[in-house]
Ligand binder design. Structure first.
Ligand code: MN
Ligand code: MG
Length: 646
């Protein structure tokens, strides 16, 4: 669909003070992408954390509420999955107790929430049971059991929207009722990403198409203003079909007054965004409308203050102030400093789940004779990624051993899940030599995927790697300290193919963009692609062990589509990693020796590039020597910068 550009201007018309009955104020507080981070604790590393946890955000919520008369507290989705505590809850699958995330949100008095894509990762029945415990409405307008002829005829899974009547004051003793419409939206790709769990039980609709129908309906139903809970990134400011990140384009729709964005785990307003048409990253405006993205895991509280005037029987937004209030800051040294204390109420409420998660995360699994880390997962062969790949291959080989594919070469695709990026400088896997515990398996495999196997051609394998290695900027021979990594590419789409060897030519432009679209069809960065030392025949057939997310077509990898699947589920990828650790973890070196490096950058004499990693990566002298890299200074975001000689 396309939007009429004439409608894209900010809707505010100048207010004549003589015509208004005083200025009323409404504060909207928002969290997003909490992912069952309630306690200020890092369960992977088993130590306290200052960067996340709703218990800390709760203190900001209380303070923000105390500053104003009228306040709404909203959550923007991805709340029920994405941490060891969330996975333990799903494993125990208790029907007796309220989910700790829902219990915390009930205690904090949330007014409404929407669904994120990860809500579906533990299956629909599990989700619906948790939602029954919520003492706040949960809305989503574009995920449905069945689509109708128009969005308003869709059989949505939960109500598309809700109208919250609230009383507002103007500080001069006048009070007025306002009816606040809250509409929920989720990326339409959700049903594809979790197809393994959902099958064809749910369908989605384009975010903009759904909103264009539901916003006017909300107004007809009596909403005076409309807030969009958009579990979607900011994205491009103009409309497109089936946008995953549609919040900027959504802001252009008439009838929406304020927006909460999320999903990409960024912060808005912030310096992470550049000013562009429709996007004001300083004042927090999208097409002139207030919008906030409150980080992730409770890292920030989104605050939108609206000034409202009542004129001619209708409410008008006359001004706004937007901020994302952080729970921590980073000192120059890179150390994280907490800015808030945790709420005792939330800590007490989550204490049983916290104790259970810690106990579970410390269960012994085996032993590693070497430290395993993902500090250099994007720039050289990574032992943690290769371990997951070998675990998948072992599992798939076992299942296929007597079938028609037993004689085909077996490749295994795996990507780093903890590789810095938007997750910050703490977002790395770092497992010391010594006992392996359950939390390490979680660290190695945080997602609830299942194992799948695909039948692909040699030509598709080459394109698969082109997709992964488009993550790098083009580097020109002779460049000095060129930026190596394109931050728009998430690490989880950097698939490495265990079983093959190759070299990467960074002087050529990327084949794909960060969404997996082909942008330079003639450009090839991957060369010398070989299997057992022999060039890969484009016509040859291979089996690729991977996960359900990739097999469903997510990420846009050649050959990774449902019609290539020869094996799927039900074993979870993490269970397969657990089995591998149990089988090999006791054997000397078997676990940690992945064999010789399987890929490298092509040499470019006199050329250097820079990339970021964890501060602790500077101590990995063996890796740095192999990589021909040296540590530089710290970045403002708390990463250590490194120079790579190509
Ligand atoms: Mn999320
Ligand atoms: Mg999400």
């Amino acid at each position: 669909m396309s939007l009429p550009l004439a409608n894209l201007a900010p809707p505010q018309t100048p207010i004549d003070p003589a015509q208004v009955s005083g200025l009323f104020r409404l504060r909207i507080l928002a969290t997003s992408d909490l992912h069952v981070h309630i306690t200020p604790w890092d369960y992977y590393a088993d130590r306290s954390s200052a960067t996340g946890g709703l218990a800390r955000t709760a203190t900001l919520i209380a303070a923000a509420r105390a500053e104003v008369e009228a306040c709404l507290l909203l959550d923007n989705g991805d709340l029920l999955q994405g941490s060891p505590m969330g996975d333990l809850e799903a494993t125990l699958n208790s029907t007796a107790q309220t989910h700790p995330m829902i219990a915390a949100m009930n205690a904090l008095g949330y007014d409404a929430a929407t669904l994120g894509n990860h809500e579906f990762s533990n299956g629909l029945a599990y989700l619906m049971r948790q939602l029954c415990q919520a003492r706040f409405p949960v809305v989503s307008a574009n995920i449905a059991r069945q689509l109708g002829d128009t969005p308003l005829l869709d059989q949505t899974l939960v109500p598309p929207s809700v109208i919250l009547p609230r009383s507002l004051g103007d500080g001069r003793g006048n009070r007025q009722m306002i009816r606040i419409g809250v509409l929920g939206l989720v990326p339409p790709q959700t049903t594809q990403w979790d197809h393994q769990q959902l099958g064809d039980t749910l369908v989605t609709r384009d975010i903009l198409e759904a909103a264009a129908a539901h916003v006017p309906q909300l107004r007809r139903d009596g909403a005076d203003i409309v807030i969009a809970l958009s579990h979607s990134g900011i994205g491009a400011p103009t409309a497109g079909a089936n946008l995953e990140n549609a919040t900027a384009a959504l802001a252009a729709l008439p009838g929406i007054d304020a927006l909460v964005a999320g999903h990409t785990h960024q912060t808005f307003p912030s310096t992470d965004f550049a000013a562009s048409a429709g996007v004001d990253p300083v004042r927090g405006l999208l097409w002139g409308k207030p919008a906030v993205m409150p980080g992730f895991h409770g890292s920030h509280l989104g605050v939108i203050d609206l000034s409202l005037a009542r004129r001619d029987g209708a409410w008008h937004v006359t001004g706004s102030h937007v901020e994302a209030r952080p729970i921590s800051r980073r000192a120059k040294s890179g150390r994280v400093v907490a800015l808030t204390r945790s709420s005792n109420d939330i800590l007490t409420l989550a204490a049983p789940a916290h104790r259970a998660t810690r106990a579970w995360s410390r269960q012994p699994l085996g032993y590693t004779s070497q430290a395993l880390h993902s500090y250099f997962a994007l720039v050289m062969p990574c032992p943690t990624v290769r371990l997951v790949a070998r675990a998948q291959a072992r599992h798939v080989a076992h299942l296929l051993q007597h079938g028609p594919y037993a004689d085909l070469p077996l490749i295994s695709a795996a990507a780093p899940f903890h590789a810095g990026g938007r997750g910050g400088p703490e977002n790395y896997t770092a497992i010391p030599a010594g006992p392996l515990m359950m939390r390490h398996a979680f660290d190695l495999y945080p997602h609830p995927n299942t194992v799948a196997a695909l039948l692909v051609s040699g030509a598709e394998l080459a394109l698969w790697l082109e997709r992964s290695f488009s993550l790098f900027h083009q580097i020109n021979p002779g460049d000095r300290d060129a930026e190596l990594i394109d931050a728009d590419f998430p690490g989880f789409n950097f698939d490495l193919l265990e079983g093959l060897t190759w070299t990467v030519d960074l002087c050529r432009p990327p084949h794909h963009d960060s969404h997996g679209r082909v942008i330079n069809p003639a450009s090839r960065r991957i060369r010398d692609l070989a299997h057992l030392g022999r060039p890969v025949d484009p016509e040859a057939r291979f089996v690729v062990a991977t996960n359900s997310y990739r097999a469903s077509g997510s990420g846009g990898f050649a050959g990774a589509t449902p019609d290539h699947v020869i094996l799927s589920g039900p074993q979870s990828s993490r269970d397969v990693v657990l089995a591998y650790l149990a089988a090999t973890g006791g054997m000397c070196g078997a676990l940690t020796d992945p064999g010789p490096p399987n890929w490298r950058f092509g040499r470019m004499a006199g050329t250097t590039a820079v990339f970021d990693s964890a501060p602790a990566a500077a101590a990995c002298t063996g890796d740095l020597a192999q990589l021909d890299a040296e540590p530089l200074g710290m970045t403002a975001a708390g990463f250590r910068r490194f120079r790579l000689r190509l």
